[in-house]
Design a protein around this ligand. Structure first.
Ligand code: 5AD
Ligand code: SF4
Length: 463
């Protein structure tokens, strides 16, 4: 199983977009949509914006595909399994689609293109993320009865800006600051599915942060496939770390997070910004992928093991206790026992607070797709289990060090069991705690840590 040890950064399950905070437009058109999202936070946030566009056009969001006239799947193709999921969803409409308009959005749409119409002729819309800015026009064509509408151009300078975003979460909001990816990791489909890097202007980002603060959001997460490769296209030329600081200084914003950082673009200025501004969360997601320089070269990751570990040492040298998380791929073509041992020793050296770990999955168009030395699935599974067990021990030990400390959490859920709550620390650790108080959701509270497991800590509300 491709799995992870914690849930902070990416959810591998699919989820229908939440209804709780939906903007309900004044509409009597009876047009309804259902939107299901697969994959990463970029997709989650794209879906929030797609939903915003639809609501603005008078559509109403419904919770099941059965109830919808327009059914959209925002898809992920990072690994083969994720890509397969959408075809099994589309298969549901093979016999009858009851006049529904069915659309495929996101990475599978971009990757498969019009082939989707051949595999599933009942699909009417195929649109990749680089074309979302054209969605309003595509909707007009679908509403006029067109049944083969595509948005597959990805060599665009455009970013997806909408006046209205239907946000899934009441106090934590995403802002995409950079779309696409200019790196060329040999295993990865993202440069093909999301196109080249495009950064938004700092003024647009800061304006969005101000609007979110006015709307009551206190935590902002800046998103980008390589978020720290951000380059302000305006004459202001703000660096990523300056932008982070400016977002954190927005009145009303209490926390700003950012993900995902690429090690090669990770400079000391980011650590200095975190140290200087308590509002910038003490967490860096810095995927290493492999601990072997030889494999890193085959992956075209543009750094060596030693250079990566220098970045880690720099982050560990900060005044604040910055938590570091990572992504690991096991079983990349040609990965020897020795290379794999390097990944395990890197886990020991880096002391991550959490990782996502995956079996390598060959992807279309990528340079690694036909590389020699494929590792059998069973062996990949064995290596994955070893990585996960080693990391589990590291996390347990690290979390146990927190017992006795008092941590600030943003409370984001309430358990069914009375008096039990959960939230996240600035370091993105999950904290489950008990409290006799009510109405804590969305608030910041102090929790005294009394226990620790590999994926979360336990504690009591400090009243
Ligand atoms: N196979 C397995 N894992 C992959 N990732 C990206 N492409 C692949 C692939 N072909 C992982 C990387 C990346 C994370 C989002 O997904 O670890 O950082
Ligand atoms: Fe994929 Fe590499 Fe770009 Fe990340 S940096 S999105 S892994 S190509």
């Amino acid at each position: 199983m491709n799995s992870r040890l914690d849930v902070p950064l990416e959810s591998l399950t699919s989820r229908p977009s939440a209804q709780a905070h939906a903007f309900v437009p004044d509409n009597n058109s009876g047009r309804t949509f259902y939107l299901e999202t697969f994959g990463c936070q970029m997709n989650d946030h794209d879906s929030e914006k797609v939903a915003g566009v639809l609501l603005q056009r008078g559509y109403r969001q419904v919770e099941t595909p059965d109830a919808a006239g327009l059914v959209l799947y925002n898809t992920c193709s990072i690994r083969e399994k994720a890509a397969h999921k959408v075809f099994s969803r589309l298969g549901l409409y093979r016999e009858a689609n009851e006049g529904k308009i069915i659309g495929v959005l996101g990475c599978v749409a971009q990757q498969e293109g019009e082939v989707i119409f051949e595999r599933a002729p009942w699909v009417s819309l195929v649109c990749g993320s680089a074309s979302y800015w054209q969605l309003p026009e595509m909707l007009v064509r679908l509403e006029a009865g067109e049944r083969r509408v595509t948005g597959l151009d990805k060599d665009t300078d455009e970013t997806f800006e909408t006046e209205m975003t239907r946000r899934d979460h009441p106090f934590r909001a995403y802002i995409t600051i950079i779309e696409g990816c200019d790196k060329a990791c040999t295993y990865c489909v993202v440069p093909f599915t999301r196109g080249p890097e495009r950064s938004r202007t700092s003024a647009t980002v800061l304006e969005e942060a101000r609007r979110l603060a006015d709307a009551g959001y206190t935590e902002i997460q800046l998103l980008g496939q390589t978020v720290n490769s951000y380059r302000d296209p305006s004459p202001r030329r703000m660096s990523f770390s300056e932008l982070l600081t400016a977002v954190a200084e927005t009145p009303g914003i209490r926390r700003v997070r950012f993900t995902t950082s690429h090690p090669s673009d990770f400079g000391a200025d980011i650590v200095q910004a975190i140290d200087a501004h308590p509002g910038i969360c003490e967490h860096v997601h810095l995927p290493v992928q492999s601990g072997s320089t030889r494999v890193l070269q085959a992956m075209k990751r543009t750094y060596t093991r030693e250079e990566y570990l220098e970045r880690i040492a720099m982050i560990r040298g900060a005044r604040r206790p910055i938590s570091i998380t990572s992504d690991i791929i096991v079983g990349f073509p040609g990965e020897t026992e020795g290379d794999f041992a390097d990944t395990l020793s890197l886990l020991d050296a880096a002391q991550y607070d959490s990782i996502f770990s995956f079996k390598y999955s060959p992807r279309p168009n990528t340079a690694a797709q036909h590389m020699a030395g494929a590792i059998p699935e069973e062996e990949q599974g064995r290596r994955l289990a070893i990585v996960q067990e080693r990391q589990r021990q590291i996390q347990t030990t690290r979390n146990e060090l927190l017992i006795g400390q008092t941590l600030e959490v943003l409370v984001d859920s309430q358990s069914r069991r009375e008096g039990q709550w959960a939230g996240r620390t600035s370091s993105n650790r999950m904290v489950n705690f008990s409290s006799p108080s009510s109405g804590l959701l969305g608030q910041y509270h102090q929790v005294a840590v009394t226990g620790a497991g590999p994926n979360s800590v336990l504690g009591n509300h400090v009243l």
